[in-house]
Design a protein around this ligand. Structure first.
Ligand code: ATP
Ligand code: MG
Length: 351
């Protein structure tokens, strides 16, 4: 497994640190530890091998393809059958739920504030857990500023009994700035040190490393079950664009990207976290009645389009103003709003 570079792991005084481990009763049922397989005659060493693959929960094992499990050394068809059956027994279902159960599970979904009421409203209440939210736009549109703001707001109690929690930040462009977190914390009257201790940072160096890090992320989310609420990847495509060149490598790139997005979706559901990704755009020039028209599209093609649940397009406005527009969503209206970038992060324009 890739060596995860986790910085700022908490060691601070307990008074300063927010303890998110209270009030977790409801979520305990959600996180069924893979160790439970021992009670179903699965050997401890096989469980260790599953963990090495980044599978830490019963749900994680159920989400894993048989083909993936068969890649584990010593795992035969019979062994995989036995594990899958045991998982079914533990989760007490054959994979079906009543609509009422789905509705109850949806009650665990929370929404994180972006720092702008208008942007929250555009998002139907905020950045939602158990799904992937993507923002894309050209440089300086505020993608990284929004990521930093979410790092702070995710730690604050919110609507519908949301208690706040820790954040995992995967940085692919080396633009993570702890100094920005300090001024954003000040805006919300939060202790700067405590806020920074609740954010785990990992730098990804290439697209493979970015994917491997997700195993470490899953292990950490499992270790501190229910504590992490947000996973940020800023930006999702930057390393892929460097690692894969030309049309000849496109199919391979899209295949790997698909695997990464699938893993992110599973993590969001397995641990009930919000996954927030930023993305870049490309410009296309179309000849419309002899006038060259420039259009912007997010990179990543259909694979990214289908994997992101909610897609928001960001554009530059005058000065510090920026425009956000719903680009694609299963349940949001296609409207747009304006927000500003301030020293305290993303905010509404003062009327
Ligand atoms: P890229 O595609 O290059 O990653 P981005 O969309 O991530 O761009 P950001 O870095 O989020 O862009 O935003 C940069 C903008 O934020 C710049 O216009 C900059 O002036 C503004 N900005 C950065 N720091 C502050 C601050 N402390 N106060 C106000 N505005 C700031
Ligand atoms: Mg950026």
């Amino acid at each position: 497994m890739a060596a995860v570079e986790l910085m700022q792991e908490g060691s601070a005084t307990t008074e300063e640190k927010t303890d998110y481990s209270e009030d977790l009763d409801e979520e305990e049922v959600f996180f069924q530890d893979i160790e439970m397989l021992t009670e179903h005659n699965i050997a401890q060493e096989d469980i260790m091998l599953l963990k090495k693959m980044g599978i830490n929960t019963i749900k994680g094992a159920q989400m894993a393809m048989r083909r993936k499990l068969l890649q584990i050394k010593g795992f035969t068809e019979e062994k995989v059958d036995k594990i899958k059956e045991a998982c079914c027994r533990i989760s007490l279902s054959s994979g079906f739920m009543t609509a009422l159960e789905v509705s109850n599970q949806r009650k665990m979904v929370f929404k994180l504030s972006t720092g702008s009421d208008k942007l929250d409203k555009l998002l139907g209440g905020g950045v939602e857990s158990m799904s992937i939210t993507e923002v894309f736009g050209e440089f300086r549109t505020g993608k990284t500023q929004l990521s930093h703001t979410l790092c702070v707001t995710a730690q604050m109690p919110g609507k519908n009994g949301y208690i706040g929690g820790k954040v995992m930040f995967i940085d692919t462009e080396h633009t993570f700035r702890p100094e920005r977190l300090k001024t954003i914390s000040d805006r919300f009257n939060l202790d700067q040190t405590a806020v920074m201790e609740n954010i785990l940072y990992a730098r990804a160096y290439n697209s493979e490393h970015q994917f491997e890090l997700l195993n470490s992320v899953a292990a950490k989310f499992h270790e501190e079950a229910g504590i992490f609420k947000l996973l940020i990847v800023d930006s999702i495509m930057a390393l892929f664009r460097v690692d894969f060149n030309g049309i000849g490598e496109l199919a391979d790139r899209q295949n790997k990207l698909g695997q990464m997005m699938s893993r992110l979706q599973k993590i969001s559901e397995e641990f009930n976290v919000a996954v927030f990704i930023t993305n870049q755009i490309t410009s296309e020039f179309n000849n419309n009645q002899n006038l060259l028209e420039e259009t912007h599209k997010p990179v990543g093609g259909n694979i990214l389009a289908h994997a992101s649940t909610t897609r928001i397009a960001l554009k530059k406005g005058k000065g510090n103003k920026r425009i956000a527009k719903v680009y694609d969503s299963p349940d949001l209206e296609e409207c747009e709003i304006t927000y500003i970038i301030t020293n305290g992060g993303i905010a509404d324009i003062k009327e």
